[in-house]
Design a protein around this ligand. Structure first.
Ligand code: ATP
Length: 131
């Protein structure tokens, strides 16, 4: 089976460098599945889960947006944060979710709603991947 080299990089350093048979990402325009030999492209990514498939195994990564660069034999993901399922602190994500929900429900003008909505998305994404 042909594989793709997948590299995931954050400001904190590389998170993953491994080969997979298929990568499924959520680009801004929707989900895309990338197989070896894919045409080159660059795309922004949503706060979402990345699925990495090899044989019967699927690895999940929670990423907070960012970009991907696709080359026929390589996929590079650059993201502000990226965590594998086992690296996710579920309690922390639950607390972040509750904090964001409280901010969104508060009837105060000084709440940055967009920021709270993004924090809520990151927390829900981490909880999905952490399961
Ligand atoms: P919090 O409010 O809990 O900090 P956040 O969404 O604001 O959540 P980020 O700014 O996205 O956090 O991430 C900051 C750093 O903390 C990143 O390195 C990210 O990987 C890590 N991180 C955030 N939440 C978690 C979590 N639940 N489990 C593991 N690592 C996390």
């Amino acid at each position: 089976m042909r594989t793709l080299e997948v590299s995931v990089v954050t400001p904190g350093g590389p998170v993953l460098e491994e080969s997979f048979e298929m990568v499924v990402c959520k680009a801004e325009t929707g989900e895309i599945g990338i197989l070896p030999g894919h045409i080159p492209l660059v795309s922004p990514l949503q706060i979402s889960a990345v699925r990495l498939k090899k044989g019967n195994d699927t690895k999940y990564l929670a990423i907070s947006g960012g970009f991907m660069e696709v080359q026929p034999e390589k996929v590079t993901i650059l993201a502000q944060s990226a965590e594998t399922a086992s690296d996710i602190d579920v309690q922390r994500a639950n607390q972040a979710k509750e904090r964001a929900e409280r901010r969104l429900q508060a009837k105060q003008d000084n709440i940055d709603k967009t920021r709270a909505e993004l924090a809520l998305k990151r927390a829900i994404n981490r909880l999905d991947v952490g399961k």
